[in-house]
Design a protein around this ligand. Structure first.
Ligand SMILES: Cc1ncc(COP(=O)(O)O)c(C=O)c1O
Length: 379
């Protein structure tokens, strides 16, 4: 047999459009995350004692190799010492909920890890009780990272979506306040606080980036981060023509399935065979779907091989580019960029060329240290 076995493969699913309906997009922005909520979140969070803007890294060697003008990566790893951008959302919603009920309360949520860590930290800061629902696939390391803030852990069989349902049911019975990062019918206000918290990221970018990006790659779980960033980046640079590319793991591409249905809710059945724990969701957040549908120029579903490769590229950068510690959910945006660069038709559809300024968001660091080490050792 030949020594030259096949080593490369490209598994990618993509949908795209040439242009978007600006009026429909702007209307969806106003509806989805109100500007006033974002202004309040930015004023509140930047006053927190431990607040510090996260770094923006420039990756000139990567950009040159790709034939692009610039690639910048907002690195959310150091956010409040919690390892992910989620520290901005859940903890902020807990602070608002606790302020509305000064007599004390119990907050609860379901999580893949990062959102629950934020809620548990927020509850500890506010001095209130907290219960976190974890599905059976959440790693012990992620559980420990949540439990360190004094939260009670409840394990639930099934997937993240099962944990969301269990949390809703038990919390209603017990009178606990649910702090979810995803919306469903009749439950939207608190996830909007969570998304308003994420908007701090765009506020920081306004001062860190020399000019607006032309292309923004946003990884999607339930869609809260992508929606919040689209809203806040559009408000930050109202005159810039930014293209948004939403990236999901192939086995959990519920935002793409919903976009294919014209922005209608579509669930993707589990189990989700992906290493990106934070993106392994089958039920998208209902309130963000029309915004993501109207605002995205391209939606990509990539496989784990591409995601693991992106983790390693961040860890072992080209030339003098800085090293970025990026977990599997954090690197999915870069996996999307790599996929587009590998397929001329996709690159052309996005008009990615020598004048393009790409923005990536590394949404987490090694929040599951063992999983991170395994990815680095694989190659
Ligand atoms: C590290 C990381 N990145 C991205 C996401 C996706 O965010 P959303 O579920 O709001 O789409 C998550 C969600 O948990 C996450 O933990």
């Amino acid at each position: 047999m030949s020594q030259h076995a096949f080593q490369q493969q490209l598994h990618i699913d993509a949908i795209w459009r040439q242009s978007r309906d600006e009026a429909a997009f702007q209307a969806a922005i106003t509806r989805t995350v109100p500007a006033e909520l974002c202004r309040q979140a930015q004023a509140d969070i930047t006053r927190w004692e431990q607040y510090q803007a996260t770094p923006l890294q420039s990756l000139p060697a990567m950009a040159a190799a790709a034939g692009l003008a610039a690639i910048h990566c907002k690195d959310e790893g150091p956010r409040f010492g919690l390892g992910s951008f989620k520290a901005l959302g859940g903890a902020y919603a807990v602070a608002l909920a606790a302020a509305q009920q000064p007599g004390g309360m119990t907050v609860a949520c379901a999580t893949e890890g990062n959102h629950g860590r934020s809620v548990a930290w927020g509850a500890q800061r506010a001095g209130i009780d907290c219960v976190i629902f974890l599905h059976e696939g959440v790693s012990p390391a992620r559980e420990a990272a949540i439990a360190q803030y004094g939260a009670r852990i409840m394990r639930v069989p099934g997937s993240y979506d099962d944990a969301v349902r269990a949390c809703a049911q038990v919390s209603t019975q017990q009178g606990w306040q649910i702090i979810s990062d995803t919306t469903w019918e009749g439950y939207e206000d608190i996830p909007k606080w969570v998304m308003a918290g994420y908007s701090v990221l765009a506020q920081e970018l306004q001062t860190q980036l020399p000019q607006a990006p032309t292309h923004v790659f946003l990884q999607g779980g339930v869609g809260g981060m992508a929606a919040a960033l689209m809203c806040s980046l559009e408000r930050t640079w109202p005159d810039a023509a930014m293209r948004y590319i939403v990236v999901e793991p192939r086995s959990a591409a519920c935002l793409m399935a919903s976009a294919r249905a014209g922005g209608q809710f579509r669930s993707t059945p589990g189990p989700f065979d992906t290493i990106s724990a934070g993106l392994a969701c089958g039920d998208p957040s209902r309130a963000v779907l029309s915004l993501i549908y109207e605002g995205s120029q391209m939606m990509l579903a990539v496989d784990d091989t591409a995601i693991k490769h992106a983790v390693r590229v961040f860890a072992r950068p080209a030339g003098q580019d800085p090293t970025i510690v990026s977990g599997a959910s954090g690197a999915a945006g870069l996996a999307g960029l790599h996929s587009v660069l590998a397929v001329p038709a996709l690159r052309q559809a996005l008009a990615l060329d020598a004048s393009s300024r790409v923005l990536l968001i590394n949404t987490e660091n090694d929040t599951d240290p063992q999983a991170y080490r395994d990815i680095l050792q694989e190659a």
